[in-house]
Design a protein around this ligand. Sequence first.
Ligand code: GTP
Ligand code: SPV
Ligand code: MN
Length: 598
Amino acid sequence: MQGFSDLSVWVEQVKTLCQPDRIHWVSGSKIEEKSFYDQLVSEQKAIQLNPLLRPNSYAFFSDASDVARVEKRTFIASNNESDAGPTNNWYEPKKLKEKMTSLYQGSMRGRTMYVMPYMMGPVEAPISKIGIEITDSLYVVVNMLKMTRVGDQVLKKIKHGATFIPGLHSVGAPLKENENDVSWPCAQMENKYIAHFPDERLIWSYGSGYGGNALLGKKCLALRIASKMAKDEGWMAEHMLILKITNPKGVYKYILGAFPSACGKTNLSMLIPTIPGWKVETIGDDIAWIWRKTDGKLYAINPEKGFFGVAKGTSYHSNPNAMKAIEKNTIFTNVALTDDLDIWWEGIDKEKPEHLTDWQQNDYDQSKDYPAAHPNSRFTVEATESSVLAKEWEDPNGVLVSAILVGGRRPSTIPLVHESLNWNHGVFMGSMMGSEITAATISDQIGIVRRDPFAMLPFIGYHVGDYLKHWIDMGSNVDESLLPKIYYVNWFRKDENGQFMWPGFGENSRVLKWIFERIEHQASAKLTPIGYVPDIDSLDLTNLDVSKEDIEALTYIDKNEWLEEAKSIRSYYETIGSKLPELLLSELNQLEERLLKS
Ligand code: GTP
Ligand code: SPV
Ligand code: MN
């Protein structure tokens, strides 16, 4: 964390190291933003979409090697190796700095270095944080302008004594004299480094221009660095959506949801309930910062100002609120384009046009079966473009957390929903969450189930065992009744033909309603060895097109499958080592005992 006097020194140092042609301090004004887009279009880095169909919107296409977060090239350079734990790639900080300093040497030649002061969180919230990102990517700048609170007002705060978290980003593609730039400059895979120095709250990112690798406010600051700060300071930084749900009587509650990347946070946070009279509004779709107030209860803010959502699969049918939000003023990355310069992707629910330009900017070859839009294609849009943004979305006091959902893509074993017995059991549920790996990260194991505790596996800036201990600590020394209940949901259970058994999306409101009514002590449940599962009669299934047998199967607890699950959790726990909290091992033992007795 640094102050104003460090800022000019740091900017000078980076200038000397990276040797940009010029420096631009981003003011955050609308005129400036417009000039950035004009420049991007004239440099052929962006395509302006048809203003009649998609006003003030732009499409970008990345290099084929730079399409998602790269976990293999993401490093936690803590001073002690044991602080990074078994789930992070550790790198000795001094060595990493040497390595990256040599890469940064002259890396901005021929380019402009942008200095971006930005704020994560509503301006007056007690846990909001200031970051400064230095970057040589104008694509990053225009995305950050939508995703965070950027500009002069933040610089003013630093001038008046606020501290900031520095983040240095370079795409790692210096230009030789008179060399023509490519549309998406980046470095090759082995030279990409997404580096975090959690002890000194510092981010260095090199070689990638995509998403969480490059928009440093998001995963790097708001999760990896913030999770470490939160652990040290007694709050939480989590990969969670925040939604507001209102029942037909006008009673409302706020619910958080931790689902891994591309597992449904954006969709759930904006869903349109299929049950009459209920309303869902959005507060955040990806990250929640949570703290305890003097009343002993947990409150949450969304540190972001926009949505960087998965495009593929988004349609007026599956997520009409997102589709409406991206009708204008939106950045699209790696989607396909129609001949009249509008967007297209698989699952958009509009027939595939006869001719398309695919995400690699080639004519789409209809005779071959490949995706025209990249599976991790994204839209970037300001939250205020959404018509279902809750009015309190930037309330600095945060919103009271009534329930926390955890979940992922599990084709078997895990029922549609089950409720924790108490806080520690809920932490156990979050600790053992598993999910199929999705296209949100570059991996040769997409579709394989991996354990992803609280959807934070790629985002915990320290030891996973200490992280789970921090969850336990956040619930200790407080009356259980003040704490939110934790619910494990699974929209992704499959039948023997590999089809999803639950229709998902808007129909998930039925599960939200059950949870809402559980908190109000109105819905019934049966106690099973794994927790409370809905009595089928307590779920609102009116007008739902799912057979009674399927609902029974969706809520069925198979003893043998769960005994296998417990075994697998035990071997997963062994990989965490001695920092695994005893209490979680005890939860696992109790689960096994309950299963054996059932
Ligand atoms: P990140 O931005 O990567 O953190 O992802 P996210 O968790 O916000 O996921 P998102 O809501 O964008 O959903 C990702 C994919 O899951 C999309 O292709 C959706 O169509 C699909 N999806 C979301 N909700 C559901 C659901 O309830 N059921 C099914 N079957 N698919 C869903
Ligand atoms: C995720 O992968 O969880 C995302 C996208 O939200 S990115 O910003 O690339 O991390
Ligand atoms: Mn995410």
